[in-house]
Design a protein around this ligand. Structure first.
Ligand code: HEC
Length: 230
């Protein structure tokens, strides 16, 4: 009998532990759920304020088929903004960059003449090896991708800037930069409807293709010469 009693209380104690453990897991799961919902609330909410503005601009009377806003081309974005818009947007960069001729380097290099110049264009600035070793020129598309996501575009850059999500902001800043000692030609934006009739454009493309071919041929003959020499 006494043994039975002892056994019973053992059992009771055992199920009590089990209950505590179970209750602990329930509490943990609840806390996790709450934490996740707070986090996701933050992330998804953060995007909302910008979305309608972007959508309103892009689709203008066209029914959207895909999910998410369709991104316009950089040429179209460039056609929709002015250097003055860029001057305003450049406020986000001015903490680290000056742009006037002879302006001082800050955390980042003075950007005078950067459009069209090579990556790491300012000899008085100590660039990261990521930029100085990347090899390339700041054309419109390069600047677009860089400003969208600097670290995504040039892995390991020391530019501590997350990027600009709006293509119009990136276009405006590129136009603004282009007015400081660069003035490289702005790509022409041809709306899709007009494109079909624009015969000369395809002639130009053919010409460019021919030029590329010639350059390639030259490179090949150089290579051949080198091979012959060695
Ligand atoms: C927190 C400081 C900081 C901010 C803000 C910042 N940059 Fe930079 N930027 C840098 C640094 C540092 C570098 C050099 C990066 C390297 O060497 O890897 C750089 C490099 C650059 C370059 C390459 C220059 C060259 O000579 O090749 C461009 C272009 C540029 N930034 C544009 C911008 C623009 C436009 C903005 C605003 C949208 C901006 N940056 C915001 C710090 C900053």
């Amino acid at each position: 009998m006494t043994q039975d009693n002892a056994n019973m209380s053992d059992k009771d104690a055992g199920s009590g532990d089990l209950f505590n453990t179970a209750a602990g897991w329930v509490l943990f799961a609840a806390a996790l759920g709450l934490g996740l919902s707070i986090l996701s609330g933050k992330y998804f909410h953060a995007d909302n304020p910008e979305r309608p503005e972007t959508l309103g601009y892009i689709i203008e009377g066209v029914e959207e088929t895909g999910s998410g806003p369709a991104e316009i081309s950089f040429a179209e974005a460039l056609a929709s903004v002015t250097p003055a818009d860029g001057e305003k947007a450049f406020a986000k960069c001015a903490a680290c960059h000056s742009v006037e001729q002879g302006g001082a380097n800050g955390v980042g290099p003075n950007l005078y003449g950067v459009m069209g110049a090579k990556f790491g264009h300012n000899p008085s600035f100590g660039y990261s090896s990521a930029i100085s070793g990347a090899g390339g020129n700041w054309g419109w598309e390069e600047m677009n991708q860089w400003l969208a996501n600097p670290r995504g575009y040039i892995d390991g850059t020391s530019m501590g800037f997350a990027g600009l999500s709006k293509i119009e902001d990136r276009a405006a800043i590129a136009l603004y930069l282009n007015t400081f000692g660069s003035n490289i030609p702005v790509p022409e934006f041809v709306p899709a409807a007009a494109e079909e009739e624009a015969e000369p454009a395809s002639d130009e493309a053919a010409e460019a293709g021919a030029e590329e071919g010639a350059a390639e041929a030259e490179a090949t003959s150089e290579e051949t010469a080198e091979t012959a020499a060695s």
